[in-house]
Design a protein around this ligand. Structure first.
Ligand SMILES: Cc1ncc(COP(=O)(O)O)c(C=O)c1O
Length: 394
C-alpha cells in the first residue's frame, strides 16, 4: 500500500542492469567483461600517496572543512589548464566541480529539462544517462549511429518536425559504441544547434584514452569557432584517467546557465567532497597525469587489440564488431538473429559476463548486440573469456 506514495518519476525506473551484473561478476571464477571499470593495477598508487601526504601536511583545512559549491579554487584552476590542453578555453568561473560526470548529467538535466521536453540521445547511448533522463520525465528520442557516430542527417530530419531542447552525446570513443563522431558531423551538429536553438551536452570521459595519433576537436571548440558558443556544455571526469573512487568530475558551463546550475549543485550536496577535491588538486600539482594517461592508453590499446584478435579468430563467423580507436569498450553484434540478454544466463554458467546491448537503447533495441569491456581483465583472462563465450554458443 505504501508503494502508492512513490513519486511518478520513479515508476518507470528499473534497477541498473550493470549494477545487477556486477554482483555476478564478483562470483569466484567469473571473468567480467561487464562494467566500465578502470584497471586497478594501473592506478598511480605512488602519486596518490604523495598527493595524500601533501594534502595532510599542507591543505588540512581545505580537505576537511566545508568548501564552495562551485569547487575548490586551486582544482578549478588546474581543470581550466587541463581543458586548455583539450582546446577548451574556460576561466575558472565557468568551471563547476562535480561528484563525477554522472552528477554533471544529473545537475544539467535538472537545470534544463521539464517533464515532456524532447531530448535526443544516440542509439545506443550511455545507460545511466537514460536513467537520469527517465527521472526527469523527458520525452526521449533517439537517433541512429554508424561507424562515424551519430547520424546527424537523421537528427536534422527529426528537428524539422520536432522542437528539441537538448542533445546528449558522447562524441569521442562513446559508451557503448566506442566510435568517434566524424569531424564533418561535429561541424554539422553545432550548426544545427545554432539553427534550431538547442543545447548539446558533450560527455567526454574517454577522449584522452586515444589509441591513435589523431586528435579529435571537441564539440565545445567547434561551437566556439562556429559562433555557436553557449550551445555546448562540456563535461568530463577524473574517473577513467585517475581514479573513479575520488568521485571528481567537472562541467564547463556557459554564462547563461552557470549560476542556476551552481544553485542546483548547492541544493544537491552543498559541494563535492572537499577531501577528494584537495586530493585531485594535489595530484595534478605533481605533474604526473600526462604520464599516467600515456600508460593507461598503452595498456588499454594492447588489451583492446588482443581481445579483437581473439574475437575475430574464435567468434568471427558469429559476431562482428567495430574496432575501437580508443576508450574502454568493444561493441559487438551477432551476425544473425540472436538475443544476447537471454544468452547471459548461459555464458554465466561458463563463467563469463558482458552487458547485453539492449540496455543501451531507449527504443528500437537491437538484441543482437553486446558490450565487452577490455579494461580490467588480463590478457590471459581475455583469452579465457572468449573461449568461454564460444563454448556458451548454442
Ligand atoms: C559516457 C559516460 N558518462 C559518464 C560516466 C560517469 O562517470 P563518473 O564516474 O565521472 O561519474 C560514465 C561512466 O562509465 C560514462 O561511461
Amino acid at each position: 500500500m505504501l508503494q502508492q506514495h512513490l513519486a511518478k518519476r520513479v515508476e518507470a525506473l528499473k534497477p541498473s542492469a550493470i549494477r545487477e551484473l556486477l554482483k555476478h561478476s564478483k562470483m569466484p571464477g567469473v571473468i567480467s567483461l561487464g562494467g566500465g571499470i578502470p584497471s586497478p593495477e594501473l592506478f598511480d598508487r605512488t602519486g596518490l600517496e604523495m598527493a595524500t601526504d601533501k594534502v595532510m601536511k599542507g591543505h588540512f583545512l581545505d580537505a576537511f572543512q566545508y568548501g564552495l559549491s562551485e569547487g575548490f579554487p586551486p582544482l578549478r584552476e588546474a581543470i581550466s589548464e587541463l581543458c586548455r590542453g583539450r582546446g577548451i578555453t574556460a576561466g575558472i568561473d565557468n568551471i563547476l566541480v562535480t561528484s563525477g560526470s554522472q552528477q554533471s548529467l544529473d545537475l544539467l538535466v535538472r537545470t534544463l529539462v521539464n517533464p515532456g521536453d524532447k531530448v535526443v540521445v544516440e542509439r545506443p547511448t550511455y545507460l545511466a544517462a537514460l536513467q537520469v533522463l527517465q527521472l526527469s520525465q523527458a520525452d526521449i528520442r533517439s537517433v541512429g549511429t554508424d561507424k562515424d557516430g551519430m547520424i546527424v542527417d537523421e537528427l536534422e530530419i527529426l528537428l524539422q518536425s520536432q522542437s528539441v531542447k537538448m542533445v546528449y552525446i558522447v562524441p569521442t570513443f562513446g559508451n557503448p559504441g566506442g566510435v568517434v563522431l566524424s569531424d564533418a558531423r561535429r561541424r554539422k551538429l553545432v550548426e544545427l544547434a545554432k539553427q534550431y536553438n538547442f543545447v548539446i551536452i558533450e560527455d567526454d570521459p574517454y577522449g584522452e584514452i586515444n589509441f591513435t595519433d589523431q586528435t579529435f576537436k571537441t564539440l565545445y571548440q567547434h561551437a566556439a569557432e562556429a559562433g555557436a558558443d553557449g550551445h555546448v556544455i562540456y563535461t568530463s571526469t577524473f574517473s577513467k584517467i585517475l581514479a573513479p573512487g575520488l568521485r571528481v568530475g567537472w562541467v564547463v558551463l556557459p554564462d547563461w546557465i552557470r549560476q542556476k546550475a551552481a544553485i542546483v549543485k548547492q541544493a544537491t550536496d552543498l559541494h563535492t567532497s572537499a577531501q577528494s577535491q584537495a586530493m585531485a588538486a594535489s595530484y595534478l600539482s605533481l605533474n604526473r597525469l600526462a604520464d599516467q594517461i600515456g600508460m593507461i592508453r598503452e595498456a588499454y590499446r594492447d588489451k583492446c587489440h588482443f581481445l579483437a584478435e581473439q574475437m575475430n579468430r574464435e567468434l568471427g563467423e558469429h559476431i562482428t564488431f567495430h574496432m575501437p580507436q580508443g576508450g574502454m569498450f568493444l561493441w559487438a553484434t551477432f551476425r544473425y538473429d540472436f538475443d544476447t540478454t537471454a544468452w547471459l544466463s548461459r555464458t554465466l554458467e561458463e563463467g563469463v559476463v558482458y552487458v547485453p546491448g539492449e540496455f543501451f537503447y531507449s527504443d528500437n533495441a537491437d538484441k543482437r548486440t553486446l558490450r565487452l569491456s577490455y579494461a580490467t581483465p588480463t590478457r590471459s583472462e581475455l583469452e579465457q573469456a572468449v573461449a568461454r563465450l564460444k563454448k556458451a554458443l548454442p
